[in-house]
Write a protein that binds this ligand. Structure first.
Ligand SMILES: C=C(O[C@H]1C=CC=C(C(=O)O)[C@@H]1O)C(=O)O
Length: 368
């Protein structure tokens, strides 16, 4: 039962032991991974099994939560969760001014320094008395097609999110990923109309992913680009899939992360711009998280009469990683909410600010 899973996680939290609770997009099962001690494990070569939590900056280490115990429960909507109301958050003028200046600076770098796109972000702080578990419950109730999670390690911190973006999924050698970028606010009853700015910024991501995978993935298939809804926002999404020539997760992740959906192009220049000019550390925002090398058992039986004797088992090695977007960190009774957006030569600084405000509502709607 969900109640028992939450109870177990609460006990882990009280005794300062690492755990993660999560639900995959459009699934009803809530999973729990529990580590029995508070050791901080790191990913070395992506060969181990566990739940990983990676920062944006690839120079920093990736945390591996050991899966000493795993439990799951079906999600049942709690009666106490009400429809999320529309929000009015007091605007932070100093942050607005800083962000708009930052966007101007990026446009200058795009016009003069050979940068094509850079994703700029900020962190906002709001007080909250709600517990991490109440907030996670609200995320589950509100964002059924997102990857919703609550992650805790006493030596790292407490993070929550509801992200619409997959970094990659592998099933043995079969690979799926996506290019997700471009944002528009949902107007109920209306389909989104995309401008060249959004179409171009999303295409840059698709082209980058295809180029990054071309040499190591066979039968690369690229879908049509479609509009997908994430809460009260629309994004553009293209799915990319294929078969890994050799199963080398470390190499594939290094080729993909950070994609231009969260960093920019060219990658090194955009990353340097971000580290130099954003006035805070992203930490795990725009990093990635999820299951690493989980084993999935499949039972199959042939059509013969004695099915039981013919049944056989196959074990699949699966990895499901998500980009850490629409997320927050809980610290000292405060929610630190992280938001950003892609800047191109066509960006309007005021609109880019508005976009970060709209994205911040995904978390603020449950916090406030
Ligand atoms: C960087 C974020 O979103 C990315 C994913 C979808 C759309 C995006 C955009 O329109 O800029 C961003 O690339 C964020 O939500 O903080």
């Amino acid at each position: 039962m969900l109640h028992d899973l939450f109870y177990k996680a609460k006990n882990h939290f009280k005794t300062s032991k690492p755990f993660v609770l999560y639900r995959k997009p459009s699934e009803s099962t809530v999973n729990g991974v529990f580590q029995k001690d508070d050791v901080l494990h790191y990913v070395e070569d992506f060969s181990k099994t566990g739940f990983i939590f990676a920062p944006f900056n690839t120079d920093d280490r990736i945390v591996l939560l050991q899966s000493d115990e795993k439990h799951e429960a079906e999600y049942i909507a709690s009666e106490s969760i009400k429809d999320l109301a529309s929000l009015s958050v007091v605007q932070d003028d100093a942050q607005k001014e800083f962000h708009i200046n930052l966007v101007h600076k990026a446009i200058e770098a795009i016009e003069n320094a050979g940068v094509k796109k850079v994703v700029l972000s900020r962190k906002l702080e709001v007080g909250t008395r709600k517990s991490a578990f109440t907030l996670f419950d609200a995320l589950l109730a509100s964002y059924s097609n997102a990857f919703c999670y609550l992650w805790y390690h006493p030596k790292v911190g407490l993070w929550l999110g509801a992200t619409p973006e997959i970094l990659l999924r592998t099933e043995n050698k079969q690979l799926k990923t996506m290019s997700l970028a471009g944002t528009k606010k949902v107007e109920e009853g209306k389909a989104p109309v995309w401008g060249t700015k959004e179409l171009e910024e999303q295409k840059l991501v698709t082209d980058y992913i295809v180029a990054a995978l071309e040499s190591s993935v066979d039968n690369l298939t690229i879908s049509e680009t479609e509009s997908v809804r994430a809460g009260s926002l629309w994004h553009l999404r293209t799915s990319v899939s294929g078969r890994l020539a050799t199963y080398n997760l470390k190499e594939i992740i290094a080729a993909l992360h950070p994609t231009p959906a969260v960093c920019g192009l060219p990658k090194a220049q955009a990353k340097a711009f971000i580290l130099e000019n954003e006035n805070y550390a992203r930490e795990y925002y725009t990093g990635f998280l999820g299951e690493l090398n989980f084993k999935e058992e499949n039972f199959r039986s042939s059509n013969r009469r004695n099915r039981e004797n013919q049944a056989y088992k196959t074990v699949k090695n699966t990895t499901s990683l998500y980009v850490n977007l629409r997320c927050m960190q809980l610290k000292d009774k405060k929610a630190l909410v992280y938001v950003g957006g892609g800047i191109t030569h066509e960006s309007d600084p005021e609109k880019e600010w508005e976009e970060t405000v709209a994205k911040s509502n995904t978390m603020l709607k449950v916090v406030l």
